[in-house]
Write a protein that binds this ligand. Sequence first.
Ligand code: GRF
Length: 217
Amino acid sequence: MSRKRVAVLISGRGSNMAALIEAAKAKGYPAEIVLVLSNKADAGGLAIARAAGIATHVIDHIAFGKDRAAFDAAMQTVLAQHRIDIVCLAGFMRLLTPGFVARWPQRMLNIHPSLLPAFKGLDTHKRALEAGAKVHGATVHFVTAELDAGPIVVQAAVAVQKDDDEEALAARVLHQEHRIYPLALKLLAEGRIRVENGHCLVDGVPVPDTASLHPLT
Ligand code: GRF
């Protein structure tokens, strides 16, 4: 089976993008990162992508003013030009229009730094600490029109330590992000994910009740 062609959308440093690029180098990985698209010309991740020999493209959202649909249409054109199969949002800080999202049903993933549905939106680590959460983590989910609310593909949990500050907690969660995003993309690219009633099944199986990371593989 030919490898799925993946675009990673970024706005910043691109550490998750880098993790995906690294993972995709492995023999037998079912996807290749063929495009990195950013809404910011100064996104740090662009240099990493270029150094890896991956095509990059910048579409500055500022030029589109409030016209989100036009910005999304410009992205769609570039994605089509590169014959993209799967889109991975990785620190992409733009809200997407429902029309654009509808073009990528179960073909667009996002990584979010919390155990969804807890702490949707921004400042997740700060809010988890403020709430006194004992367990925090990261989620890879399908993108739907509602922010941070699509079917959950993979999650990883970390224990919140007594002396954690935002930075320490963020670093531990980020480490898990870099594990689960390549895993989720692999499962998707291999066609092993099915969504039933808004829940993801992997190989037809729901979450084993003992897992802190699902799936464990
Ligand atoms: C990550 O924490 C990700 O979960 C969130 O934005 C951050 C992006 O970091 N969506 P990076 O650009 O991948 O390093």
